[in-house]
Design a protein around this ligand. Structure first.
Ligand code: ADP
Length: 216
């Protein structure tokens, strides 16, 4: 299953819930890049620069990362892919990866939210630097600098959630990522959910659309 949508659309939140429901791994390219950045690997350092400017990491880099993740035994029974593809060339490369791995069926969950709500959500979003858990200052009554409700570490605002970067990310989303939806619509594999509701409502909506977890 691919989780597709704009920054702040709730892809990561829903991807985690679905991965639990289905008992399959969750691969978030954003999380992978942030881990590489925290470890200050050469890729991570370069990726952080691009992320903080609201830009995408080059296709060839992302294609390699995703290919490596999907060919592991952990992914053999299915997976939730979150944050990839973000460009049409990435989608084309994924088609080749699926072909090589013998994957013939998949669904694209399109999380639909308008820009105004996205700007509001991203402005309110804070993260635990230790666990990566996302909190919202309006829902969870925390802000940057508050202790994480679960581990006590000081919560932070992601560097790419600053207003100027958010505007750039939305621009990049509409220019480069939105065309990916047309690519998948032509294949007839897209289900669209209204992702402006609460976490729970959106989760239930997705489950109603994709059915119950597969039996092993
Ligand atoms: P969001 O969905 O909120 O934008 P993510 O955590 O998915 O956040 O991604 C954060 C950043 O990581 C993106 O803005 C981009 O710079 C980079 N990134 C993640 N996935 C990709 C990808 N598939 N291709 C290029 N860049 C990516």
């Amino acid at each position: 299953m691919l989780i597709f949508g704009p920054p702040g659309g709730g892809k990561g939140t829903q991807a985690k819930l679905l991965a639990e429901d289905f008992g399959v791994p969750h691969y978030s390219t954003g999380d992978m890049l942030r881990t590489a950045a925290a470890e200050r690997t050469p890729l991570g350092t370069k990726a952080k620069e691009l992320m903080d400017a609201g830009q995408l990491v080059p296709d060839q880099v992302m294609i390699g990362i995703v290919r490596d993740a999907l060919k592991t035994p952990a992914a053999a029974r299915g997976f939730i892919l979150d944050g990839y593809p973000r460009t049409v060339p990435q989608a084309e490369a994924l088609a080749q990866i699926f072909k090589d791995l013998g994957i013939t069926t998949f669904t694209v969950i399109n999380m639909d939210v308008d820009d105004e709500e996205l700007v509001r959500r991203l402005g309110n979003r804070v993260m635990c630097p230790a666990e990566g858990t996302i909190f919202s200052s309006d829902l969870d009554d925390v802000r940057a600098g508050s202790p994480c409700p679960s581990c006590g570490k000081s919560l932070i605002q992601r560097d790419d959630d600053r207003p100027a970067t958010v505007r750039e990310r939305l621009k990049v989303y509409h220019a480069k990522t939105a065309p990916v939806l047309t690519f998948y619509e032509k294949l007839g594999v897209v289900v669209t959910v209204d992702a402006s509701g609460s976490i729970d409502v959106v989760h239930r909506e997705i489950k109603a659309l994709v059915g119950s977890p597969l039996q092993s």
